[in-house]
Design a protein around this ligand. Structure first.
Ligand SMILES: NC(=O)c1ccc[n+]([C@@H]2O[C@H](COP(=O)([O-])OP(=O)(O)OC[C@H]3O[C@@H](n4cnc5c(N)ncnc54)[C@H](O)[C@@H]3O)[C@@H](O)[C@H]2O)c1
Ligand SMILES: [Zn+2]
Ligand SMILES: [Zn+2]
Length: 361
């Protein structure tokens, strides 16, 4: 029997989000219904609402979530009802060319639930990142459920489902930050701060946080930044070079998703250094760089999709580190809110007032 639950939808481009009744089908083969306990508000949800990701409105928003598996469909063996899980947007297929080459974190054929959740009038919903977890329950592919230690609080566990994993992974997986490296992180929202925390975990010697908002810089320091730069007041590239012996950082992580900050990242790295783009640009953005500089500066220009994470490997490990007191996930939660507060949370995110607002159900 399909169930009716409350969920937050983005009805159309730039229209305010609202709570609606959502119809969640019973799980079919390979699917699971998860009772959501907490779901963080990520900037990507705002991109969806603004039409920056696709035009497939209405969206069922929310994708940084943890909860308990309620029911599973035929053939599901990895998770069972009652399991505490973090939802991921990388259910690896095991068969695509990336998986077959032993690089499942690039899986090119990740899957979601086959059945559609709908509004009560039958309108099909597009769940954000194939998840849709600003809802009391959601339908996902069973592979999107990653079991972790159930003693962790759902509010912090859910954060690993997107932004915090993307940031930590941008540093430790994509950027390959290691002991003694200098790192600069441009944009210190939830993703950038997670990149700072990840660089700290990996043993970086210097971690330079760059933002245009002093409140964000203060928070970044508490996350492990050793130096901060307000790029509204100071030239970011010059400041990063000055803090790295005049050379630039070994790894620069761009966590804003804009051409001008990418350009800063490009010129703020040392020769043969690495740029990691984890911020998500919008379709109209363009980048122009002298090709000779791309060649002459050497190194690696990388993008980081979801922190190149492998949920089954990385989620349980990071939750363990958190439970041991080695990774402060609580620090990312600015406030807990209700389903009805998502629009207000977008406002606060837009004004830079929060790192993460987390919907608790
Ligand atoms: N690659 C991925 O897999 C992935 C996953 C999650 C989120 N993201 C993306 O990461 C980006 C950051 O997400 P978030 O949730 O941290 O957003 P956020 O809005 O919380 O943080 C953005 C930060 O950038 C700062 N900023 C804005 N303009 C700046 C500028 N010109 N120079 C320096 N700092 C500037 C803001 O003050 C803010 O602190 C978004 O583009 C989001 O879509 C990517
Ligand atoms: Zn695959
Ligand atoms: Zn996200």
């Amino acid at each position: 029997m399909a169930q009716e639950v409350r969920g937050v939808i983005a009805p159309g481009k730039d229209e305010p989000v609202r709570v609606e009744t959502i119809v969640v089908p019973d799980p079919g083969p390979g699917e699971a219904v998860v009772q959501i306990q907490a779901c963080g508000v990520c900037h990507t949800d705002l991109h969806y609402k603004q039409g920056g990701i696709s035009d497939d409105f209405p969206f069922l928003l929310g994708h940084e979530a943890a909860g308990v598996v309620e029911s599973v469909g035929e053939g599901v063996t990895d998770v069972a009802p009652g399991d505490f899980v973090i939802l991921n947007w990388r259910a690896v297929c095991g068969q695509c060319r990336a998986c077959l080459r032993g690089r499942p974190w690039y899986c090119f054929n990740t899957h979601n639930a086959k059945q559609k959740m709908t509004l009560t009038d039958g309108t099909e919903l597009s769940p954000a990142l194939g998840i849709g977890a600003f809802a009391e329950k959601t339908l996902v592919a069973a592979g999107q459920c990653t079991k972790v230690d159930p003693s962790v609080s759902p509010q912090v566990a859910g954060l690993l489902g997107c932004g915090v994993m993307a940031g930590i992974g941008a540093a430790i997986n994509t950027g390959n930050v290691g002991r003694g490296d200098t790192v600069a992180v441009i944009g210190c929202g939830g993703v950038g701060d997670a990149a700072i925390a990840g660089s700290n975990l990996a043993g970086a010697a210097r971690i330079i946080a760059v933002d245009i908002d002093d409140r964000k810089l203060e928070k970044a320091r508490s996350m492990g930044a050793t130096h901060t730069v307000n790029s509204r007041e100071t030239d970011a590239v010059a400041a990063i070079r000055e803090l790295t012996g005049g050379f630039g950082a070994d790894v620069v992580i761009e966590a804003v998703g804009r051409p001008e900050t990418y350009q800063q990242a490009f010129y703020a790295r040392d020769l043969a250094g690495t740029v990691v783009l984890v911020g998500v640009p919008t379709p109209e953005m363009k980048l122009e760089l002298p090709l000779l500089d791309v060649f002459g500066r050497g190194g690696a220009l990388k993008s980081s999709w979801y922190g190149d994470c492998l949920p089954s490997r990385d989620f349980p490990m990071l939750i363990d580190l958190h439970l041991q007191g080695r990774l402060d996930l609580e620090a990312f939660v600015t406030e807990t809110i209700e389903l009805t507060d998502v629009e207000k949370a977008f406002e606060r995110m837009h004004h830079g007032d929060v790192l993460r607002s987390v919907v608790v159900l």
